[in-house]
Write a protein that binds this ligand. Structure first.
Ligand SMILES: Nc1ncnc2c1ncn2[C@@H]1O[C@H](COP(=O)(O)OP(=O)(O)OP(=O)(O)O)[C@@H](O)[C@H]1O
Ligand SMILES: [Mg+2]
Length: 304
């Protein structure tokens, strides 16, 4: 099934080159404009954050970048070339992504899930696979070796033979990242990579994203965890009701009154009083008892 067409040390884009250039992207669903005239670029070597309230259009924008949706208006270029409106062609061009709701093959092993991610970087003729020609075996071995390297990179090499569905939630999210990396992207899009993770896993994911950037892969990341975003990102864009409200470095975005009003909220001026503390604790206790013990976040209609 496989012939490796990439090398581990494929040349990376020079720092500063524009990797992603989205211009005037608009996505309408009937009367609803989910994304309105958004411009966003990501340069080589950058980690860029995309934040905004629920329903702001972040995932829809990702879907427009990755060929799942054809934008109603606008254009998306990857390294200067307009992207084809088909997700497998976008992956082949060099953009990989993870999804807000985990999408692994639960009944496949961890290693097999990463191998699936390599299919855009492999080409092997039908007869070669059917007849199990030597070239087929060589290609398969090379792909497995690369997949194992990626599992080592994310720290899951010891679980290569486990079924994906048996992994804890945080490891499933990491496996999704390894699968995305298997297509040897120049740009990685992460849609809420730390959703459902505990604080320790979140910090580890932060380190992982830095390590990915250090490999020469630019990153565009959606997240609601502001500490994660502001620690990580060179630049942050804020979407509110489908429109880009502000874009800048962490300090600029955190200090922007419109962003505070629309999304971040006012910081406490003083520590909450006893009464308020009691209210918060009671609300948290209620929320915990009401929470259903599901693994994953609820499915979103556009998370595909
Ligand atoms: N396929 C679709 N058909 C109709 N409406 C859609 C579709 N996909 C998204 N929407 C709508 O577009 C808007 C933006 O949704 P989107 O999921 O992109 O927001 P988001 O910023 O990713 O939110 P969250 O932080 O909750 O993930 C919402 O009003 C949503 O209901
Ligand atoms: Mg979303």
């Amino acid at each position: 099934m496989t012939t490796d067409t990439t090398t581990k040390d494929a040349p990376v884009a020079p720092v500063g080159e524009t990797v992603l250039d989205a211009r005037g992207v608009t996505m309408r669903f009937g009367g609803l404009t989910a994304v309105r005239d958004v411009n966003l670029h990501v340069n080589a070597g950058e980690i860029v954050g995309l934040i905004g309230p629920n329903g702001a259009g972040k995932t829809t924008f990702f879907n427009c970048l990755t060929g799942l949706y054809i934008p109603t208006e606008g254009e998306v270029r990857y390294k200067g070339t307009v992207l084809p409106p088909k997700s497998f062609k976008v992956t082949a061009a060099g953009i990989a992504r993870t999804f807000q709701n985990i999408r692994l093959f639960g009944n496949m092993t961890v290693l097999e899930n990463v191998l699936v991610g390599r299919h855009t970087r492999t080409k092997e003729g039908f007869w070669s696979a059917v007849l199990r020609l030597p070239s087929f075996h060589r290609a398969e071995a090379a792909s497995r070796e690369r997949a194992m390297e990626l599992l080592e990179f994310i720290g899951l090499e010891k679980k290569a033979d486990h079924l994906a569905r048996n992994l804890p939630y945080g490891e499933q999210r990491k496996l999704e990242i390894a699968r995305a990396l298997a297509s040897e992207p120049g740009l990685l899009l992460l849609d809420e990579p730390t959703a459902g993770m505990n604080p320790q896993e979140t910090r580890a994911t932060e380190e992982l994203v830095f390590a990915i950037r250090d490999k020469g892969i630019a990153v565009l990341v959606i997240e609601h965890d502001m500490r994660f975003i502001f620690n990580l990102c060179d630049r942050v864009a804020v979407l509110v009701q489908g429109e880009k409200l502000v874009e800048g470095d962490s300090a600029t975005v955190q200090g922007d009154e419109r962003v505070v009003a629309a999304y971040l909220g006012e910081p406490f001026e003083n520590a909450p009083g006893d009464e308020e503390t009691a209210e918060v604790e009671a609300a948290e206790a209620n929320a915990e008892s009401a929470a259903t013990p599901t693994d994953a976040a609820p499915a979103k209609e556009n998370d595909r």
